[in-house]
Design a protein around this ligand. Structure first.
Ligand SMILES: NC(=O)c1ccc[n+]([C@@H]2O[C@H](COP(=O)([O-])OP(=O)(O)OC[C@H]3O[C@@H](n4cnc5c(N)ncnc54)[C@H](O)[C@@H]3O)[C@@H](O)[C@H]2O)c1
Length: 338
């Protein structure tokens, strides 16, 4: 571990600690912090007054990323950690762990094509979380989210520290995209639009509930179908546009930071509603994304699917078999690695 606080900055931190002493302490770790998502997301999280310690982990380049971010005169102290023997220092006393570690898609790939590489990365990082910060909120960005969340959950079960209310698949980017696209189509302020997105985070498992959009909007059947498909395939739109240079990073950083801030606010006493992919009994799939009431202990109440249109019911029915397959694949991966 290396601390990146310079002497000058350390002095400033002492001064600041008087004015911020009433603020709560919160340690947030980003695992995969040097990557396309990890760097801009860490930049955003470093700006939050709710964070007292930002702990960055990767297998490469974390010294530079941490040194760079530590020069920002915002509250959070920054530490950088590189390589598995530094995971303990990175994770001990963490309140939230955000995991964007893993390879992204290239054109022509599905998220499931990433399974072989990312499954073991998430399993090993989840092992470290179960060992060093078993009570932390775990927010998983690494794809395929439909499988990586069951993987992390199985690992926590093995360590007898599993709490389903603290492990989340981050599907916020689907919500952000749905809000942006619907606002664009209807001439609304995107910051004021809220479209819940349920199901999972891949292709047809992504189910935007445009019938529940706030403010209320309506589309002709063909336009509704085109809008739904655009939201489902938005990740692929970015993968194609980047032409081999990766997948969504900047919008994902924005979405990942939003989910982190929602968890932080909730843990610090201001409940928030966010969609997320969690252990669920709302449908036949044992993990499912829905709007969630987040509180001090993570997921406090699953708000369920709400009233669906006939079109949306059909989407849910089509998504469930694929989701079940993705979940089983993740669970079996951990059983086989025993
Ligand atoms: N949930 C979503 O909505 C969403 C959206 C976009 C991308 N993603 C996923 O996020 C992941 C990261 O994407 P990216 O564009 O940042 O990729 P990237 O390749 O730019 O960065 C990944 C980082 O992970 C690091 N890494 C690899 N193995 C590691 C390990 N064992 N421990 C710690 N760090 C490790 C790499 O060194 C790299 O810095 C991908 O799986 C991608 O599919 C998810």
């Amino acid at each position: 571990m290396f601390s990146t606080m310079s002497k000058v900055n350390a002095g400033r931190c002492i001064l600041r600690s008087f004015s911020t002493s009433s603020k709560k302490q919160a340690k947030v770790a980003v695992l995969g912090a040097s990557g396309g998502i990890g760097q801009p997301m860490s930049l955003l999280i470093k700006q939050s007054p709710l964070v007292s310690h930002l702990s960055l982990y990767d297998i490469a380049h974390t010294p530079g990323v941490a040194a760079d971010l530590s020069h920002m005169n915002t509250r959070a102290a920054v530490t950088g950690h590189m390589g598995p023997d530094q995971l303990e220092a990175c994770l001990t006393k963490c309140d939230i762990v955000v995991i964007p570690a893993g390879v992204p898609r290239k054109p022509g790939m599905t998220r499931d094509d990433l399974f072989n590489t990312n499954a073991s990365i998430v399993r090993d990082l989840a092992e470290a979380c179960a060992r060093y910060c078993p009570k932390a909120m775990i927010a998983i960005i690494a794809n395929p989210v439909n499988s990586t969340v069951p993987i992390a959950s199985e690992v926590f079960k093995k360590h007898n520290v599993y709490d389903p209310n603290r492990i989340f698949g981050v599907t916020t980017l689907d919500v952000v995209r749905a809000n942006a696209f619907v606002a664009e189509a209807k001439g609304l302020d995107p910051a004021e639009v809220n479209v819940p997105v349920i199901g999972g985070h891949a292709g047809i498992t992504i189910i935007p509930l445009i019938s529940q959009c706030k403010p209320s909007v309506s589309f002709d059947a063909d336009k509704l179908d085109a809008m739904t498909k655009r939201i489902q395939e938005a990740g692929t739109e970015v993968v194609k546009a980047k032409a081999g240079a990766g997948s969504a990073t900047l919008s994902m950083a924005f979405a990942g930071a939003r989910f982190t801030f929602s968890l932080l606010s909730a843990m610090q006493g201001k409940p928030v509603i966010e969609c997320g992919y969690v252990k669920s009994s709302e449908t036949d799939a044992s993990y499912f994304a829905t709007p969630l009431h987040l509180g001090r202990n993570g997921l406090e109440k699953n708000l369920g699917l709400g009233k669906l249109s006939a079109y949306e019911k059909d989407l849910v029915e089509k998504a469930i078999p694929e989701l079940k397959g993705n979940i089983k694949k993740g669970e079996e991966f951990v059983k086989k690695s025993a």
